[in-house]
Design a protein around this ligand. Structure first.
Ligand SMILES: [Zn+2]
Length: 155
């Protein structure tokens, strides 16, 4: 595939949503994705670069690793590539215009009995009691400094 060294840590490192400009990474890891079309067999590859960061947990003081998606390289650090397990799609860009769905039934029109049955099934799948509840709102009126803000939350 490439001459880049492979990242040999078999563990999956969690991906965080932190911003790339606010961290000092220890290395870069390129995730190499392979996507296989089950219709035509075409295999596509794409890459996603991450910066690997090592931090300490505030709660346990244990080292934790995480990846942050990056748009550019900022430091002179090693770059590793890591092949991920393939994913599968039913249709790809190669066969999208060539597939005929003429043997499939038409989609139900709005406000027909079929449409209403589909909606009823959708709402039956997620009863109100199973929906995630948001935590109670905390008043933010007495937040004046960053320390006040951190003290509002349990880390
Ligand atoms: Zn295809």
């Amino acid at each position: 595939m490439t001459d880049q060294p492979l990242y040999l840590n078999p563990r999956t490192i969690p991906i965080s949503l932190l911003k790339e400009d606010n961290l000092v990474p220890t290395c870069y890891i390129i995730h190499v994705h392979e996507q296989v079309c089950t219709n035509c067999g075409m295999i596509e590859h794409y890459s996603r670069p991450y910066a690997k960061n090592d931090l300490r947990s505030r709660a346990t003081n244990q080292p934790i690793e995480h990846l942050v998606a990056i748009t550019y390289f900022r430091y002179n650090l090693p770059i590793y590539s890591m092949a991920l397990p393939p994913s599968f799609v039913h249709c790809c860009v190669n066969c999208a215009g060539k597939i005929s769905l003429s043997h499939m039934p038409p989609a139900p029109k709005k406000e027909t009995p079929e449409w209403n049955q589909t909606l009823a099934r959708k709402y039956a799948e997620t009863p109100e009691s199973d929906k995630p509840k948001s935590p109670p709102k905390r008043p933010m009126s007495n937040v004046k400094t960053l320390d006040d803000l951190f003290n509002k939350f349990d880390f």
